[in-house]
Design a protein around this ligand. Sequence first.
Ligand code: URA
Length: 197
Amino acid sequence: MVGAMDSLELVAREVAACSACALASYRTQTVPGEGAAPASLMLIGEGPGRQEDAEGRPFVGAAGQLLDRMLAAIHRDRTNVYIANVVKCRPPDNRTPSEEEALCCAPFLSRQIALVDPDVIVTLGATATRLLLGGDARITRVRGQWHTLGERAVMPTFHPAFLLRDPRQKRLVWEDLQQVAARLGIALGDGSADRGW
Ligand code: URA
């Protein structure tokens, strides 16, 4: 339930003022998230990298460009989805955020989910998947299957940064994205034109 006065702008302002964990001391700026709200589809990554930290926007580096192509393949873009991360500050050397850091930042993400009110959440990679589905959820085991977060459907899939390292896994992610499109009623035709990402 969204508090009557809550808004994504308020979340972003509170994120910008946050120093609740050690990541605050490494950031150039916070990266709260961006996109449409409400939106039927929300994507959740791990945390800002170097370029995101410099620009204050999520997924603007190489992984973000791949994410944009993945979204285009299901006829979506940043004007009709919301994109956020588990942590809103860049971890030093792009290390994985600790569980403590993820939990510290989680109230911001919960409010963003409530405000965006998506039907479907795609968790990108292990960190977001563990936070939303529980600590023992293994991405290799749970991806490609529907899970729930309250009344919302959750589809875990591989992180685009992983796909840049191992492009052969795109085939599996494309299966996941097709499931997401079907759930949202997005017609993809025969898919041959969409697979180019
Ligand atoms: N990787 C993420 O998980 N999030 C970003 O915003 C960029 C790269």
